[in-house]
Design a protein around this ligand. Structure first.
Ligand code: 8YV
Length: 309
């Protein structure tokens, strides 16, 4: 049982998640983390990965003992503060793999076969004047995955039947039947398509820079389903404008929901509004897992998916 009014919801949730929350919990809501705190003796926070939890907010609420975030990424949490104050945290790994991997594969084919432009071509009646451009086949290509965690591994498994070679990078090699590269630059050099599936951290910040993009080369494609911070966006914009890479598909950006406008005028780019986990099934699973973690906390049981901080 979660005690009534013990959980503060921080941030706005899409309707499908809010319905699930309101079905299972009675929360007070702080829609804007910078806004005025509602009255109450809150002991836990429920939030989601697009809402930054500022340390100052937790400083105002010394009673908080647990933060449950809806999202596999937890770069929205002030981890050092949580650790120093022994505040537990949970995320929602696993339940969003299906949706995120499906989006990544959709982006992959959309990019290579230029499906969005092909549709525009038909809709604008340009087809009546000339045939659509010839594109490129996935089979035979090498896909490099940066970040071989749960999502990276799940994605690699789903890509195997497409007759591709798979390779990866990450902090350490794993027992996997794919070639390991200890650094992203060598992975990019070996790859035709580089997919980013790593967490946002100081180690991965702007990891994809000019050198990495040059290594990917003029026939290489970049797909980002991780976080905007993993890519040096200024370098990527130059690479796309000068066609030193063939194209990019981006679901995440440094500045969401207002990505750098220069991306909007580039033709070899596919942009989606951070929809990796945005299916009704997945969002329900994420919400329920976050609340299950809160329940475990209040029942003094181990958290189901604790962020090991
Ligand atoms: C969205 C995500 O950020 O799980 C993550 O880390 O990036 C996505 O699931 C999430 O839906 C926002 O709440």
């Amino acid at each position: 049982m979660i005690p009534v009014n013990s959980v503060l919801q921080v941030g706005q949730f899409p309707e499908i998640m809010q319905l699930e929350i309101d079905k299972r919990l009675s929360t007070s809501k702080l829609l804007d983390p910078q806004g005025k705190l509602p009255d109450g003796n809150f002991t836990a926070i429920l939030t989601r990965s697009n809402t930054q939890i500022p340390q100052e907010l937790l400083e105002k609420m010394p009673g908080i003992q647990m933060v449950a975030t809806c999202g596999v990424g937890y770069d929205n949490l002030p981890l050092n503060y949580l650790k120093a104050h022994e505040i537990k945290a949970s995320n929602t790994p696993g339940v969003l793999n299906d949706a995120v991997c499906e989006l990544a594969i959709g982006m992959l084919f959309s990019l290579l076969r230029r499906i969005p432009e092909a549709q525009d071509f038909v809709k604008s009646t340009a087809w009546s004047k000339a045939p659509f451009t010839i594109t490129t086949t996935l089979a035979g290509k090498c896909i490099g995955i940066a970040g071989m965690g749960r999502i990276g591994q799940d994605l690699a498994k789903r890509l195997e039947p497409f007759k591709v070679k798979l390779a990866y990078t990450g902090p350490t090699p794993k027992e996997l039947p794919y070639e390991y590269f200890s650094d992203i630059k060598s992975l990019a050099k070996a790859s035709d398509i580089l997919i980013l599936a790593c967490p946002a951290s100081p180690e991965t910040e702007k990891m994809v820079n000019t050198e990495v993009l040059e290594s990917l080369g003029p026939r290489g494609y970049l797909i980002n389903i991780a976080r905007g911070s993993v890519v040096d966006e200024a370098a990527l914009l130059v690479a796309l404008q000068q066609k030193t890479i063939a194209g990019a598909a981006l679901d995440v950006f440094e500045n969401e929901p207002n990505p750098n406008v220069d991306f909007l005028n580039i033709d070899n780019v596919l942009l989606t509004p951070h929809i990796g986990s945005a299916t009704s099934e997945t969002r329900q699973l994420m919400t329920n897992l976050a609340i299950d973690n809160l329940e475990a906390f209040y029942n003094k049981k181990p958290l189901l998916t604790e962020v090991k901080n």
